[in-house]
Write a protein that binds this ligand. Sequence first.
Ligand SMILES: [Zn+2]
Length: 254
Amino acid sequence: MYNIIPVHALNDNYIWIIKAHNGSDCICIDPGEADPVKKFLDENNLTLSSILITHHHFDHTAGINDLYKQYSPKIFVPNKSIHAKAYLVSDNDKVTIDKPSLSFQVLSIPGHTLDHVAYVIDKNIFTGDTLFSAGCGKIFEGTYEMMYNSLKIITSFPDEYKIFCGHEYTKNNLEFASKIDVNNSMITSKLKEICAIGENLVTLPSTIGIEKQINPFLRCNNSDIIQNVQNFCHNTLQDPVEVFKNIRKLKDKF
Ligand SMILES: [Zn+2]
């Protein structure tokens, strides 16, 4: 058994640490900074055996070199340019770690970047900057259709699967969602719930089941949402990818 612990980094990034109940080895996912990870490891008398990376962006990788110098972890990346000593992973690979004993399935989910992957372990999915709670990542390198299909891959898992994403964007995402999915009372109550937690909140993990109810990017077939988006963009939208594209463009300007 293991715990999954969020460590805050940079402005709003999460570095996820997986620590087994027994033993002092742990792993981390997307260390955008080394210092918060070192601090956590020091405070808990832990060492770092492996690093998993979801995509090449600096705010997910900048801590690798420092952590490598201190702990010499194995590094798993979806893009060889991220680190010279890393192991390359690709779609459907299995990443097996000895200490702690963990096994991840790799899923290729391009869109935010072309190299983006998710890591799945048991009923937990690390989605990086692809699926956020109530939102999704910006499309920097891929196409809207790629991103739409990548979100479909993630949400093909059962409703109880947990979502661990790379940023704390939930409040802003819900505020946007409330403008697109205006009659959705789940969004209103989630927003209230989050505002009640206050600053420095951790709103994650979410679940696939919750996201299907509150995330407008996963609800492109919903007739209310389609109507609202059509009103915003003054156009008739023919298919869900077009709806998705227009929601994403509206969010980019939000
Ligand atoms: Zn990114």
